[in-house]
Design a protein around this ligand. Structure first.
Ligand code: ZN
Length: 252
C-alpha cells in the first residue's frame, strides 16, 4: 500500500524476481519455515517480518475469537485487528496511515451498529438537546458518537500541539484512526481508556527512546502505533483494564 501497489489485483509475488507465489508458498508461518526464509524461485532472503506479522495476526485472531459475543462481533473485530496490524507496521516505517486501512473498519463498525439498531432492536444512546423545544432526548447511534468524539479528541490534541510546538503534531491519519476505533467502542469508558492507554504508552516509549539517545525531543515519533496498541488492549482486555482506569480516577 505505501508503495502504491494494489493488495488485490497483483496477487502475492516475490519482490525480487516477481514470480507469482503458488499455494505451497502461501501457508502462513509454515511456508517460511519450510523454505528457510528464502524465495523458492530466486533464493533471495525473505524478511522474517512476514513470520512475525503472521504469528501476531494468528494470536490476535484467537484472542478475538475467545472474546467475541457473537459471530457478527467476531467478523467486525477480525476486520479491525487485521487493519490495525497493517497500520502499525506501515506507520512505523512510512509515517502514514493509508485511508483504506482506517476507513474500511470504520464502515464495518458503523454498519454493525446500525444493523443491531435496525434488526436486533438495541436502543441507541439518548443525547439531551436542551435548547430545542424546552429540552428533548435525541437518539444517536453509539458508533456515530464514538466516531465524532474519537476523531474530535485527536483533532483537539493536534490543535493544542500545533499551538504549543508551532508544527503539526497529529496527522490526519491519526485523527481518522481514532474515529474508527470510536465506531467500535461508542461513547463509553472503553473509549476514554483507549485514549489513556495510547497516551501513556506514547509518553513511555518517547521518554525511553530519548533516555537511550535513540531520538531527541525534536524528532518525530508516529502516534498511530500507540493508538493501535491502545485499541487492541481495550478490545481484548477492556473488561479488566477499563474498570481499573475508571476506579483510578473515581469517575464512576
Ligand atoms: Zn524470488
Amino acid at each position: 500500500m505505501p508503495f502504491g501497489e494494489s493488495v488485490v489485483s497483483t496477487p502475492s509475488h516475490c519482490p525480487f524476481c516477481n514470480t507469482r507465489l503458488r499455494v505451497p508458498d502461501l501457508f502462513p508461518l509454515f511456508s517460511l519455515i519450510w523454505l528457510r526464509a528464502r524465495c523458492r524461485y530466486c533464493k533471495q532472503p525473505v524478511s522474517w517480518r512476514y513470520f512475525v506479522v503472521e504469528l501476531i495476526t494468528g494470536i490476535l485472531f484467537v484472542l478475538t475469537g475467545l472474546n467475541a459475543d457473537s459471530l457478527l462481533q467476531l467478523g467486525a473485530n477480525v476486520v479491525l485487528v487485521s487493519s490495525l496490524i497493517a497500520i502499525l507496521y506501515i506507520d512505523l516505517d512510512h509515517y502514514i496511515i493509508p485511508d483504506e486501512l482506517s476507513l474500511t473498519p470504520a464502515a464495518v463498525g458503523l454498519g454493525v451498529d446500525l444493523y443491531r439498531l435496525t434488526f436486533l432492536h438495541t436502543l441507541p444512546p439518548q443525547i439531551p438537546v436542551p435548547w430545542f423545544g424546552g429540552g428533548i432526548q435525541v437518539p444517536v447511534p453509539g458508533s456515530v458518537l464514538g466516531l465524532v468524539v474519537g476523531s474530535g479528541v485527536l483533532l483537539f490534541v493536534g490543535w493544542v500541539g500545533a499551538k504549543m510546538f508551532h508544527k503539526e503534531s497529529m496527522g490526519g491519519g491519526d485523527v481518522k484512526l481514532a474515529g474508527t476505533v470510536g465506531t467500535y467502542f461508542g461513547l463509553s469508558w472503553h473509549l476514554l481508556t483507549f485514549f489513556l492507554v495510547s497516551i501513556i504508552l506514547g509518553a513511555a516509549v518517547g521518554i525511553t527512546l530519548i533516555a537511550l539517545k535513540r531520538k531527541s525531543g525534536r524528532d518525530y515519533m508516529p502516534f498511530g502505533p500507540m493508538l493501535v496498541v491502545g485499541a487492541i488492549v481495550v478490545l481484548l482486555w477492556g473488561d479488566v483494564v477499563t474498570p481499573m482506569v475508571v476506579n483510578m480516577y473515581s469517575i464512576n
